[in-house]
Design a protein around this ligand. Structure first.
Ligand code: MG
Length: 397
């Protein structure tokens, strides 16, 4: 590369963000040059400053205002839309924005980046789950690339490089590790503890996404993302449980051929693929150990025990803001579970409640998407408050 590729990294201290900087260090050592020009985090100001010094980044953003105030020697944005403002200030057409912020805050920043003409390496699920109906036309309009970072979507994108049109695809099969409760009895899953849910067998990730993996809500979110990324209806997207997390997904073609992308469960490979796309260069992640590889197992997903994927397929069919409702209800449900306010099984009930109580609308603007996100959060908070009151009065009686 002649001129370095400018990169803005949103969510730089999270699991994906830290791995992205590892990959950039590695690529810059082998002449694939990337110039980090912006970093955004939720609250870890000290870790952010360390990164900003190492990569010589002047412009940073911290969502937590008190934490933002601790940064003196940089140009800093603070507050709820800090990442959005960072993008507006720093991004130029042709830059790469790595969107690894968790939550709806990432959506606004990504929409801004697309409007400016940046390519997006996408790890933020809300961008497509909540905003897909809005974001995909913008991607078209501004002729930018949306490069998936998630291992499953990266796998599908890689398998799709051998096809010439969507008509050749019979279906996408997204693999799921099955999470820590794959072999548990339904009753035990219902009342599983926070510690048990955080103990993921194959992937090391943040707390929110680890709970989503245990509930398979993560798979539901990925199914919705796949629908938007690859333009296929719910009927052509399937999920299969694959406990070893070696096959990252399949594409089944109309002629009967099935292509898979495999590798060790490590995010550096899909992150690097998004950064160097359409090229492949020497990687820095672990290699598949063929000596240690004994078998690959596949099982049907039990949709009764884990209704997440079925709900997600219904969300695709419903369209509009139903993805935003699904996602927002799940975020509040996960928070409530982590705060020991609900049982693990309560996550499914709260998400179903959100989808039942809030009527989706066409996602015609960012404001409408964010409004329905907020309406859902308020609705689920109300349900939780009512539950708390009910359980307190039960204890008293
Ligand atoms: Mg994934």
């Amino acid at each position: 590369m002649s001129t370095p590729r400018r990169v803005i990294l949103l969510g730089s201290t999270g699991s994906i963000g830290v791995s992205t900087l590892d990959v950039i260090r590695h690529l810059n050592r082998q002449q694939q040059e990337f110039d980090v020009v912006g970093l955004a985090v939720a609250s870890q100001a000290e870790a952010l400053l360390e990164q900003a010094r190492e990569f010589d980044v002047e412009h940073v953003a911290v969502r937590d205002e008190a934490a933002a105030d601790r940064i003196q020697d940089r140009t800093v944005h603070g507050g709820p839309n800090a990442a959005h403002r960072l993008v507006a200030e720093v991004a130029r057409p042709g830059d790469l924005v790595v969107a690894a912020i968790v939550g709806a805050a990432g959506l606004e920043a990504v929409v801004e980046a697309i409007r400016i003409g940046c390519d997006i390496a996408l790890a933020n699920k809300e961008t497509l789950v909540s905003g897909g109906e809005l974001v995909m036309p913008l991607v078209q309009e501004h002729q930018v690339k949306l490069l998936p970072v998630d291992s499953e979507h990266s796998a599908i994108a890689q398998c799709l490089r051998s096809s010439r049109s969507v008509d050749e695809i019979r279906r996408l099969v997204i693999t799921a590790s099955g999470g820590p409760f794959r072999t548990w009895e339904p009753d035990r899953i219902r009342s599983a503890s926070v510690e048990q849910a955080l103990d993921h067998p194959t992937w090391t990730m943040g707390r929110k996404i680890t709970i989503d993996s245990a509930s398979l809500m993560n798979k539901g979110l990925e199914v919705i993302e796949a629908h938007w990324l690859f333009g296929l209806p719910a009927e052509q997207i399937d999920v299969i449980v694959h406990p070893q997390s070696i096959v990252h997904s399949f594409v089944e073609y109309v002629d009967g051929s099935v292509l898979a992308q495999c590798g060790p469960p490590d995010m550096k490979t899909p992150i690097q693929y998004a950064l160097t796309w359409p090229d492949r260069v020497e990687g820095c992640g672990p290699r598949l150990d063929w000596q240690a590889l004994r078998q690959l197992d596949f099982q049907q997903l039990d949709h009764e025990v884990f209704p997440s994927v079925r709900m997600a397929l219904d969300v695709i069919r419903a369209g509009g803001t139903s993805g935003a409702i699904f996602n927002a209800a799940n975020e509040i449900a996960v928070e409530a579970f982590l705060a020991h306010r609900i049982e693990f099984g309560g996550i499914f009930e709260l998400v179903a409640t959100g989808l039942r109580e809030i009527t989706p609308r066409p996602a015609s603007s960012l404001e409408i998407v964010l409004e329905d996100d907020a309406r859902t959060r308020a609705c689920i908070h109300d349900v939780l408050d009512t539950m708390d009151t009910a359980s307190v009065s039960t204890m008293k009686s």
